[in-house]
Each structure stands twice: as C-alpha cells, then as structure tokens.
Write a protein that binds this ligand. Structure first.
Ligand code: SF4
Ligand code: SF4
Length: 446
C-alpha cells in the first residue's frame, strides 16, 4: 500500500453535502446525449432526426478518431438535434418508447477474459461504445486506443464533497468492480486503485484491490494529482483514469453484452429532499433529479464537480460522464461597505478573510461580491496547488502570450481542479484560463 499525503491544508467548507440515501427515479420520457460537453472531440452524427435507435446504438463519433463512438442512452426516436453556435451539436434528444431494447455485443466475462488478447479487448470496447469511459490523465480527454499507458488510475472516492460516494455506487457490486480491475490489467501493466484515508473501504474484495491511500483535502485524490505525485520517470508520463462508477458500468456491460445506462448521481440543492443520491440513467433531464424548486432561474445548475463542472439549466440533461448536480442560489445581495467587512461569512483559503480562522461550514454562495481585481501576489494559489505550479506566474505568462514560459511553469501538469480560482481573493479565473490554454495547446493552436 502506497500512502500519498497532500501538502494542502485548505479544506472546502461548503455546507450541503448529499446524504447517503439512494432513491431510484422513474424512467424519464426523454433522454439526450450531449456531444458538446465531451472535451477534446469533434462530433460527427451517425444518426439523424426521426431515426429509431436502441440502447447502445452509435449516435455520433469523433471526427478525428471515428473508431471512438458514443452510443444512445435510450431506446426510441430521435426527436430533436439541438445545435449551438457554429453548428456545434449540443444535444441529441431521444423520445423513449417502451419496451426498450438493447443492441447486443460479444460477452466478455471471467471465463472468456483469460483467452482474449489486448487488441481484441480494445476492439470490443470500441465496438460496444464503452471506450469513452477511459480518459488520459494529462489531457483529460478520451484515451487514445493507440496508446499503451504505464498505468490506469481508479479513485474510489473523489474528494470533491459533492460527488457520489463509493459506498453508494459500488455497494453490492464489489465482484463487478473486481472484474473491471481485471479488464484494466489487460490494458495497462499497472492498475492503481486509490482510497481516501478518511473513507477506507471495509469490504474484503475492495480492500484487497486497493493499492494507494491518499490523505488531505480536495484535490488530493484526483487521478492527475496522484499520478503527478507518484510517477518516477518520463516513461510513466502516459497514464489513464476511469471513475469507480464508470468502471462498474464498463464491467457490467461487458459481462452482460449490453450497454449499461444506469447512473448514480449525487444531488445537492435547496432542501433536505434535494441532498441525496439518485439512481437514474445517463442523459436524464436535470429537472427530474430534484423536487420542489419552482424559481428555477434563481439558481445555478452545475453538472459535474462543484469546481470543474458546467453551469447548465433545468432543461439540460445529465451528461454521460456527469455524476453530480449541485444547485446553488444566484443571489449576490449588495453589501453596504462590504469592502470594510472582515469576511467572516465567506468561505475560502485566503487569510484575507476572517473565515480562514473560524471553524464550521458555510452555505454555498455564487456571489462575486464585486469585480475581478489585479493579482496582489498573496501566494494563496501557489500554497494550495496540488501539482506545485505557481498559478500567478503561469497566468501572467498566458496573458502575455509567452507560451514557452507557460509550459515551463507547468501548464501541462495542471490537474484542472479549479481550486486556485476558488481560493484567489482577487477572483481571477485562473483555472478557466489554464483550461483554454491547454485546449489550444492540445489542438495545435499554440
Ligand atoms: S494550477 Fe490551479 S487548476 Fe491547476 S492544478 Fe494548480 S490549483 Fe488546480
Ligand atoms: S492569482 Fe490570486 S491567489 Fe494567486 S497570488 Fe494573485 S491574488 Fe493571490
């Protein structure tokens, strides 16, 4: 067991974590695939409006890697294809028709896995639409089938407090998870399964698979951070990751020969009823995950992690890789002489606010309390960055278009955790700037 400790001592103290209650939601009337929200791909449609599809029918592929296909999360008719700016495909909406049927593919189970080659396994994952669950730790895009990574990371419990807990997601499916780890072992020489030291697994099957234990607050358990802190040389640069939930889904699909659409999502919103886990399906409408929110426009609907997710709306859909919905009020009430207040009610890491010295959790608050300001070189961002970047200098190199300097400052090591933006007292969108620069780098624009 390898112990990985985080140097960061700043904890996220935002109240409203989802409870462990798991409610099963009814089948929605429509679901959607959301190509525009998948990083690093250029989608090309394989089906059109009016076509009938089954669960698992390929809907679109990546233009530059057409072997990577994305499949339907529902059975029925494609009722709408929604385009965004520059005709980017935002949603492929499917009206569900019962009874639903699945596309079938070749079963790979415990008996047949021993006889299958790596090449055949890759082909099988591509054919079935399961390949997109595998991601590259550096680019965070979908892994390339041509790569041979040094390792695959599986984090049992992401330390973002608003993501699903493994004891909810994997509970009762430990054997399936163990089969998933065997599958990963055919793809990479090392499979690293990581648990948090404050959430150690008690199940004997799971604990026999754990290779790493991480301590420290978010984002200590992020696969990119773990990889950065444990890799020993350049030959280990290339690694992949998959979430615990996606691994269960991939393994279940291979064992049954049909695409698994189940999704456990952690919901955190106003009211006790909206702080729970829900068992639903990929592509379900966001509005169906919550109850009793009438003034929907008064809230931000954030799909994905609180620091890394995408702001959407109730009419949007749960993406294939999303596993959480966090709803926070938009309110930003004017504060008389706010600049003179010590900030006892503002959570953060900066010692510029009194809250840094107070115990407890604070209600979520999306208010900016004023404009972005110039960097004051306080060093807060550098003190919390989990991959030893000096974000303030990286930011300045990107603003001045000194991209060689940006690379030297560790642009490619950035784990995109968003914690520097959260911690910056000047409200500078550091992580967003780094994300755009990384995208430009990987797409060859810089
Ligand atoms: S630079 Fe910011 S977003 Fe990147 S790893 Fe460091 S804290 Fe996270
Ligand atoms: S970018 Fe923000 S957190 Fe970092 S040194 Fe400047 S003011 Fe401080």
């Amino acid at each position: 067991m390898i112990i990985v400790e985080s140097k960061n001592r700043c904890k996220i103290r935002i109240a409203g974590r989802p409870s462990e209650r798991l409610d099963t939601l009814p089948v929605p009337g429509r679901v959607a695939a959301t190509p525009a929200r998948i990083p690093g791909i250029r989608p090309r449609l394989l089906k059109g409006k009016g076509d009938n599809v089954r669960i698992g029918t390929p809907l679109f592929c990546d233009k530059s890697r057409p072997e990577i296909r994305f499949v339907s999360p529902g059975c029925g008719e494609i009722t709408d294809i929604v385009y965004g700016p520059r005709r980017i495909i935002e949603q492929i909406v499917i009206g569900i028709k019962s009874p639903e049927t699945h596309e079938r593919f070749k079963v790979v189970d415990d008996k047949t896995l021993g006889a299958i080659s790596r090449k055949d396994l890759v082909a099988s994952l591509l054919d079935s639409g399961l390949w997109p669950f595998l991601h590259d730790v550096t680019t965070r895009a979908i892994a390339s089938p041509a790569d041979k990574p040094s390792s695959v990371w599986v984090s049992l419990d992401p330390d973002d407090p608003f993501q699903p807990l493994s004891r909810v997601v994997v509970s009762g499916k430990e054997d399936v998870f163990a089969f998933g780890v065997k599958v990963l072992k055919l793809l990479a020489p090392k499979v690293n399964v990581c648990e948090r030291d404050d959430m150690q697994v008690s199940d004997p099957i799971l604990s026999s698979l754990v290779t790493h234990r991480v301590s420290g607050p978010y984002p200590a358990g992020d696969p990119s951070v773990l990889h950065y802190r444990t890799k020993k040389g350049a030959d280990e640069n290339r690694a992949w990751y998959i979430s615990a939930q996606d691994l269960v889904c991939l393994a279940e699909s291979l064992m049954s020969g049909q695409y698994c659409i189940d999704r456990v999502a952690a919901v955190s919103g106003p009211g006790d009823e909206n702080q729970r886990h829900v068992l639903t399906r990929a592509g379900t409408p966001l509005a169906s995950l919550v109850t009793g929110i009438d003034a929907v426009d008064d809230f931000y609907w954030i799909c994905g992690g609180l620091f890394t997710g995408t702001p959407l709306g109730p009419d949007d859909f749960l993406g294939r890789f999303d596993a959480s919905l966090t709803i926070i009020p938009k309110t930003d009430p004017p504060r008389l002489f706010g600049f003179l207040r010590p900030g006892a009610d503002r959570p953060g890491c900066s010692r510029a606010y009194l809250s840094a010295f107070l115990p407890g959790f604070f209600p979520p608050d999306a208010g900016m309390h004023g404009e972005e300001r110039a960097c004051i070189n306080c060093g807060t961002c550098a003190s919390i960055c989990p991959v030893d970047i000096l974000p303030q200098f990286l930011y300045k190199s990107i603003l001045t278009e000194e991209f060689e300097d940006a690379l030297a400052h560790g642009l490619l090591d950035c784990a995109q955790c968003g914690f520097c933006s959260y911690s910056c007292p000047s409200k500078i969108e550091l992580a967003e700037t780094f994300g755009k620069a990384r995208q430009d780098y990987f797409s060859g624009k810089i």
